[in-house]
Design a protein around this ligand. Structure first.
Ligand SMILES: [Zn+2]
Length: 169
């Protein structure tokens, strides 16, 4: 006889994909990608992007702007949840990191984002990337990463400063 807790936990495990707040990635068949963040369900936010495209609201985001001039197809129905995160500050930081990591920022090869997101002390986040890749070494997305195999990680003060700043969130 299952109790309430097992039922709830079971349901939690069966949450459909992209049903949490967090950081996501949309890919276009032309090879470019867009990284976004939302406090809504990711599937909800992606649906909004798609409607913006259908309604010609090109200015609303980097991905809609891309659709104005590209004949490729966006994977609207199958976005990638990169990180589930409901907290504002960690979500913003994570988005900015992924924009760097996925190289979707302005003037990057995978460019679709109009800016680099939340202001970061750029190079100091290498240890984060290193940690992500260590956890999931086979992930395809590391292929584009600028991080070299034999780089060593030197923690530094700037990183600690940013962590401190998150306390004021
Ligand atoms: Zn495209």
């Amino acid at each position: 006889m299952p109790n309430l807790k097992t039922i709830l936990c079971k349901n939690k495990d069966k949450l459909p994909a992209n049903s949490a707040p967090g950081v996501y990635k949309l890919d276009c068949s032309c090879g470019k990608s867009y990284v976004g963040e939302t406090k809504k369900k990711i599937s909800t936010r992606v649906g909004e992007h798609q409607r913006d495209v259908q309604n010609g609201k090109w200015k609303n985001s980097g991905v809609t702007e891309h659709c104005k001039d590209c004949n490729g197809n966006i994977n609207w129905l199958n976005p990638s949840t990169l990180h589930q995160e409901s907290r504002w500050h960690p979500r913003k930081v994570t988005e900015a990191l992924e924009i760097q990591c996925q190289r979707t920022g302005p003037n990057e090869i995978g460019q679709m984002n109009r800016d680099t997101g939340y202001k970061l002390h750029s190079q100091t986040w290498r240890s984060f990337f290193f940690e992500w890749r260590r956890k999931q070494p086979k992930l395809k997305r590391w292929q584009n990463h600028w991080f070299k195999e034999n780089d060593t990680i030197v923690p530094n003060q700037e990183e600690a400063d940013v962590n401190d700043a998150s306390q004021s969130d």
